[in-house]
Write a protein that binds this ligand. Structure first.
Ligand SMILES: [Zn+2]
Length: 426
């Protein structure tokens, strides 16, 4: 903050005006960050999700100061310092932006016919990935870049401010490298998922060696994470271990797709190897739940995917009750979860998985940040997923006076404003 007199600030409006919960006219986005500090005031309910605040992490009549892309101050509006300019959100609820820690955005084509067949009673199997791989390989670079950019825009428009995405629809060295480059230009974090499916005609063990050798070498400069689809019809536990160990030895963080289609060893393997996250978690034994609760491996649940595959919902309630850290992510992909709407995922987690609204918000913000190991600030990398002095200024303003509206009015256009790294995007 500079201590200059606030410009354009209306204190009376900031203190007194409260949103009534009706979806009003959309306010046009203010000019995006022009430098200096910005006071965001008139916050009816501020979900800081700040672990340091414990049970008092929700503030009413709050304000936030944003400067240089970071949160510079958080507290009661009546105690707010001056800033270069002010934005009054008129009583709306403010949350950290969603952290979507699991997406597959680099693809072409769609699988609407497969979805329709599934809705007519066919079971989901892993093989549909091959359909998307063929469509993706056929798409030109500019087409693919445009598709990914559009999906990221949709995600931001829905309140997502930090996003992971993956390779995994290339499945040969050249195509996985192309996907890694395109992903790195579009997303905050990129995961190498060469081990998504054994491509048609390939010998599984030969393919695993390609993933661990030339493919890993090619993508390594563009990715931070590695992932494997440890599942019946995809990669065995032994093959998964081989891939994860090779990628860990190359310096990548680990994530696992596990226990989606049936019980299996994905969770145990993820915990044993110290993976940051194991994702899906639909079929968990009591031992799996206990292992997650006793580890730093986040259990990432994917509610939209569970609905789209009509799978048993991941036991998020049981995981939280056991003490595990839970993240909620969209798993946006054309086969099993063609949505980036985190508002929808959060509503589903509340309505179907029996989380409270606060638990679901925490899982979709701080939980996602933990799943990407971005919940703690480093000197050159501010933390994301919660709002405290020094974290990245990622704000999601709802067109509602309280965050409970996310589940209370599911499907409604509740994202009113989005700030990403201090810059207003929506
Ligand atoms: Zn996935």
């Amino acid at each position: 903050m500079t201590g200059h007199a606030p410009a354009g600030r209306d204190d009376d409006a900031a203190r007194g005006h409260r949103a009534d919960g009706h979806p009003g006219a959309q306010a046009p986005p203010a000019a995006s960050s022009a430098g200096g500090s910005e006071l965001i005031t008139g916050i009816g309910e501020l979900h800081t999700v700040d672990p340091a605040r414990g049970a008092d992490s929700v503030l009413t009549d709050a304000a936030v100061v944003v400067e240089n892309g970071l949160i510079a101050w958080v507290g009661r509006a009546s105690e707010a310092p001056a800033a270069d300019r002010a934005t009054d959100v008129e009583g709306r609820a403010v949350l950290p932006g969603w952290v979507d820690s699991h997406t597959h955005l680099v693809f072409a084509g769609d699988r609407g016919a497969e979805f329709a067949a599934r809705m007519a009673g066919e079971a989901y199997a892993a093989g549909g990935i091959g359909v998307t791989t063929n469509a993706t390989r056929e798409a030109g670079d500019e087409t693919l870049r445009g598709l990914v950019a559009g999906r990221v825009r949709d995600a931001v428009a829905g309140g997502t401010t930090y996003l992971e995405t993956k390779t995994g629809y290339g499945l040969d060295v050249e195509q996985e490298l192309r996907a890694a480059r395109i992903a790195a230009d579009a997303a905050d974090e990129v995961t190498f998922l060469g081990a998504h499916l054994v491509p048609e005609g390939a010998d599984p063990d030969d393919y695993v060696e390609t993933v661990c050798g030339p493919m890993l070498q090619a993508v390594r400069p563009h990715v931070q994470w590695a992932d494997v689809f440890c599942e019946r019809g995809a990669f065995t536990p032994e093959q998964s271990r081989r891939v994860l160990e090779a990628c860990r030895d190359a310096g990548l963080g680990l994530r696992v797709h596990g226990n989606q289609i049936g019980p299996g060893e994905g969770v145990a393997l993820a915990v044993e190897l110290g993976a940051a996250s194991v994702d899906h978690c639909n079929f968990l034994s009591d031992e799996d739940v206990a292992a997650l609760a006793g580890s730093a491996t986040v259990a990432t649940v994917l509610p939209a995917c569970d609905l789209s595959t009509r799978a048993p919902l991941a036991p998020a309630r049981k995981l939280l009750d056991a003490g595990a850290t839970v993240a909620i992510a969209s798993n946006c992909n054309p086969g099993t979860s063609y949505t980036t709407s985190m508002n929808f995922c959060v509503a589903t987690a509340v309505l179907q998985m029996k989380l409270t609204v606060d638990e679901a918000i925490r899982a979709a913000t701080l939980g996602g940040a933990k799943a990407l190991r971005r919940d703690v600030s480093a000197p050159d990398r501010p933390a994301v997923g919660h709002l405290a002095v020094g974290t990245r200024a990622d704000l999601h303003v709802l067109d509602a006076p309280a965050a409970v509206h996310l589940a209370y009015r599911p499907g409604m256009p509740l994202t009113w404003g989005v700030w990403r790294a201090g810059r207003r995007e929506v």
